[in-house]
Design a protein around this ligand. Structure first.
Ligand SMILES: Nc1ncnc2c1ncn2[C@@H]1O[C@H](COP(=O)(O)OP(=O)(O)OP(=O)(O)O)[C@@H](O)[C@H]1O
Length: 339
């Protein structure tokens, strides 16, 4: 398989689901037997983006934005309604064996396969056969993954008896035993406790750094996004609302910064320098428009005796909250529901 150009190239991708609709009640149920009505849900509308080899990209958006649908198309599970996609130079939904052996889709909601009666070790052996992993590679990969994900204690247990966090650890290792070049991670830390989520993040970062794997990650956890993704693609109503770096996202969607300042004067009043978010004695937390930060700090420094001053970016959570509020008022694309 050759891979000319970007690792992932998505061009004008659209996906429409046709879903049956009916009014509640017995009469409507009987009527729907004779004449079924449908509506179209445009889950993905004209999405285009590229991802280079080794990039770790956060694919973000509100509930129902179209993230999982896009990842399923990239992973070859869904055939899109229209558009062009190349991943590693291949068309995902053709499901070439070579392609399926180069990618992994890992879903936090269903981290492990369909055979809960197998032990974890049997699941690994099954995966080895399925993905044609040579015995020596299998042993080496399993040893490395076991050490990183603390799997030894799980290998002889039945999949059905694992907790969610244990399933996620085992699921990640199962997906990576064949060393995929691309990871599609759909909410990999959903439902995990703090330390389990941190372990998954650390592991994903190490895997991509060690192997140069490309990662496309959806998550509602800003801790995941913050620690893993230098680049963010924000989708809304099935369309791309933003594609760029974290700082750029802040400047687009959060037009303010925070100035944290401590002055020595007891009677100082800084209320006229910005919105006062907090005041604790001589310490003030002010919110000011981004473009006036330099002049505001200069004015504060010249007017007061400043003991400490720091300019802070709003947290990613805050930026995303502002982005979602903005998109709620003016969606990136208005999803048309046709009947
Ligand atoms: N199999 C399906 N049949 C019909 N509609 C679907 C199907 N799967 C998803 N949808 C609809 O497509 C839209 C996008 O769904 P998708 O699961 O891609 O969103 P998401 O961004 O992953 O959301 P979340 O953050 O809640 O997981 C939603 O309106 C959803 O209801």
């Amino acid at each position: 398989m050759t891979s000319p150009g970007p690792t992932v190239a998505v061009d004008e991708l659209c996906m429409t689901y046709r879903v049956p609709v009916r009014n509640p009640g017995l009469v409507a149920a009987a009527r729907s037997l004779v004449r079924r009505q449908y509506r179209d849900v445009h889950a993905v509308q004209d999405i285009s983006f590229k991802v280079a080899a080794g990039e770790v990209v956060g694919f973000l958006g509100r509930n129902g934005a179209g993230k999982t649908t896009t990842l399923k198309i990239l992973a070859g599970i869904l055939h899109p309604t229209s558009g062009r996609v190349r991943v590693l130079g291949d068309v995902p939904w053709r499901r070439h064996t070579q392609y399926l052996r180069a990618i992994a889709l890992i879903r936090g909601s269903q981290p492990i396969g369909d055979a809960p009666e197998l032990t974890v070790m049997d699941s690994f052996r099954y995966q080895q056969v399925l993905y044609d992993v040579a015995e020596a590679d299998f042993r080496q990969n399993l040893a490395e993954l076991s050490a990183l994900l603390d799997l030894d204690v799980l290998l002889r247990r039945q999949v059905r008896a694992l907790s969610l966090g244990e399933r996620m650890r085992a699921g990640l290792a199962l997906a990576l035993i064949y060393r995929p070049k691309i990871l599609f991670l759909d909410e990999p830390t959903i439902g995990l406790d703090l330390s389990a989520a941190k372990a998954v993040r650390t592991f994903v970062a190490e895997y991509s750094a060690q192997t140069g794997a490309t990662v496309l990650l959806t998550s509602h956890s800003m801790a995941d996004v913050e620690s893993l993704c230098p680049r963010l693609i924000l989708v809304d109503n099935g369309a791309i609302a933003f594609d760029g770096g974290r700082d750029e996202l802040s400047s687009v969607f959060a037009p303010t910064k925070l100035i944290r300042v401590a002055v020595t004067e007891d009677d100082a009043d800084l209320a006229s320098y910005g919105d006062v978010l907090q005041r604790d004695g001589n310490q003030w937390l002010l919110r000011v428009d981004r473009e006036v930060v330099p002049t505001t700090t200069a004015r504060i420094l010249s007017r007061f005796t400043v003991a400490d001053l720091a300019v802070e970016e709003p947290s990613l959570e805050n930026v995303m909250d502002q982005a979602y509020q903005r998109l709620r008022q003016s969606p990136a694309a208005s999803r048309s529901i046709t009947r």
